[in-house]
Design a protein around this ligand. Structure first.
Ligand SMILES: *[C@@H]1O[C@H](CO)[C@@H](O)[C@H](O)[C@H]1NC(C)=O
Ligand SMILES: *[C@@H]1O[C@H](CO)[C@@H](O)[C@H](O)[C@H]1NC(C)=O
Ligand SMILES: *[C@@H]1O[C@H](CO)[C@@H](O)[C@H](O)[C@H]1NC(C)=O
Ligand SMILES: *[C@@H]1O[C@H](CO)[C@@H](O)[C@H](O)[C@H]1NC(C)=O
Ligand SMILES: *[C@@H]1O[C@H](CO)[C@@H](O)[C@H](O)[C@H]1NC(C)=O
Length: 486
């Protein structure tokens, strides 16, 4: 049990800290500034991942509030065009009239903001140009047209694509099936070989640094479908090209779309095991089109359902954090105003991180909290957690927490902030009292620890390990205060 040795106020605690260990004082203050521009992507980077991204498109360009968020590289470090890069959008007119204008606008914006750009999607059975769906193809004529589409498109975007979704949704949509979808035009004319064929031609045309992905839904929910994706990986890797070349079709990653529903999100162990199924094949993985919708919006979701959505987001984010080969997370739009779900599934929705007025929802704070904690734990020994209503738990190491409330506002005596010390395994209090899974912190004695607490999105606490002591500094309504504990 952690012992609270001293409670110090204002200048009382600042001087011993800086006198005894001047090098410790400045990192504390610096850590305050570090996160002035904190956003989901910067938190994701601090947690050791590559990106937190979103889909967007030209049709939102005139919504200034939406654009301000999309173009904030601390919030989103990866951009993917929601629709404009699909084959049917690139060739709206006649065969051969390819128009990259809309995707180029999004790509240029991402580049200007220093954001990664994911290219989406080369070969998918839907949103095809009308000449593709209306022509009666032979194997030869369809292969030629597919190859030309791949080569032209991939060459146009070149090295700007962090990754390509080469093929999407090739697997049957019936649950618990590992078979290929036979409703796709490509499968009907070319059979299963259209998949490795597409990866082969993309491999030849793509920048060697671009990652080539297979992207599908329900992989995270259905073990058989996930196995179907494993079979696709083998199909690609075993492919012999028309000219007899082997090992030329490359696949680097699996995108798990993760269009999920509140209360139906797989457990954390189930999600991590699905991710590992793919990372064990030397592939990277990402949650590629995440949203977690309410299955009914009428009546409006109540507090329990909203909290469940926050927990569900935490579970998905935690799964990516737990698996080394999970490089990032991309949401399929961030605002309930524009989510595809309400069009595709009338009556369902509300699954995004921002509401219709571009304001962060509880789900956003939940995601930020999980990421923030992962970053803190990664950086050092001490983690502090504060829920939105002002409760705080200080995790000294994996087995000790100090819990309390107050301090952040409302004029409560910060004395109460550490009124209780408790052992609580690896669980700490999270957003509004929900329990969070948290990686274990390390021993405090190495003086490497650093942590922070955030109440209503504003930083209120900073913690550091210092010569075997834990130093907690806070500010807010009560002014500055500090706690020392061993
Ligand atoms: C956690 O810290 C407490 C004291 O703060 C200590 O007694 C305990 O041994 C530590 N546990 C581990 C696993 O390091
Ligand atoms: C080729 O396919 C078989 C299964 O059909 C699989 O066991 C093998 O690993 C595959 N080869 C590669 C390189 O993926
Ligand atoms: C992935 O590989 C690890 C190490 O070999 C193994 O323990 C784990 O069970 C594998 N996971 C899956 C889902 O195949
Ligand atoms: C919230 O709504 C769900 C679904 O309608 C219902 O089962 C649950 O009892 C409600 N909870 C509260 C606290 O109203
Ligand atoms: C947390 O609880 C407070 C009331 O204590 C409420 O106002 C707030 O909306 C809740 N936050 C979330 C994310 O549910």
């Amino acid at each position: 049990m952690a012992r609270i040795t001293a409670l110090l106020f204002a200048s009382l605690f600042l001087s011993p800290l800086s006198a005894a260990s001047p090098t410790r004082a400045s990192p504390l203050l610096a850590s305050r500034q570090d996160t002035d521009n904190e956003g989901l992507h910067s938190l994701m980077l601090a947690a050791g991942k590559l990106f937190f991204g979103t889909a967007t498109d030209v049709r939102y360009l005139d919504n200034k509030a939406h654009q301000a968020i999309v173009q904030n590289p601390n919030e989103f470090g990866m951009i993917v065009p929601e629709n404009s890069q699909k084959w049917g959008e690139l060739e709206k007119e006649d065969k051969g009239k390819v128009d990259f204008t809309n995707t180029d606008i999004i790509a240029a914006q991402a580049k200007g903001n220093g954001q990664l750009f994911r290219c989406h999607v080369l070969v998918w059975g839907a949103q095809l140009p009308s000449y593709v769906t209306s022509t009666s193809w032979t194997e030869k004529t369809l292969s030629d047209v597919l190859q030309a589409h791949i080569t032209t498109t991939v060459t146009h975007f070149g090295s700007q694509c962090y990754s390509w979704d080469v093929v999407s949704e090739a697997l049957s949509s019936s649950p618990d099936s590992n078979t290929l979808s036979t409703t796709s035009l490509f499968h009907q004319v070319l059979g299963a070989s259209y998949i490795p064929f597409s990866f082969y031609w993309t491999s030849l045309a793509a920048d060697p640094s671009s990652k080539l992905y297979y992207n599908d839904f329900n992989l995270e929910l259905s073990p058989s479908k996930a196995q179907g994706a494993v079979d696709i990986v083998h199909l690609i890797r075993n492919y012999t090209s028309p000219t007899g070349e082997k090992n030329k079709a490359r696949i680097d990653g699996i995108g798990l779309q993760s269009h999920l529903f509140v209360s139906s999100v797989p457990s954390l162990p189930s999600l991590t095991s699905t991710l590992e199924l793919f990372t064990n094949l030397s592939l990277e993985v990402s949650f590629s089109e995440l949203d977690i919708s309410h299955s009914s919006l009428s009546p409006s979701p109540n507090a329990t359902q909203i909290e469940q959505q926050e927990k569900d987001y935490m579970t998905v984010i935690s799964a990516c954090l737990a698996v080394k080969g999970c490089v990032g997370i991309t949401v399929w739009g961030f605002s309930d105003k524009y989510s595809w779900v309400k069009d595709a599934f009338p009556g369902k929705g509300g699954g995004c991180l921002y509401d219709e007025n571009m304001k962060n929802k509880g789900s956003w704070f939940a995601v930020a909290e999980v990421l923030r904690r992962a970053g803190v734990v990664r950086r050092g020994a001490v983690a502090v957690d504060a829920s939105l209503d002002g409760e705080v738990a200080v995790a000294v190491n994996s087995t000790t927490t100090v819990e309390g409330e107050g301090g952040g506002g409302g004029g409560r005596d910060p004395d109460e902030a550490v009124r209780k010390a408790a052992r609580s395994g690896e669980l700490m209090r999270g957003v509004n009292g929900t329990e969070l899974m948290v990686a274990a912190g390390e021993e405090v004695g190495d003086a490497q620890g650093k942590g922070q607490g955030v109440v209503n999105g504003a930083r209120r606490w900073v913690v550091t390990g210092w010569g075997g002591w834990v130093v907690v500094m806070g500010w807010g309504f009560w002014g500055f205060w500090g706690i020392l504990s061993s």
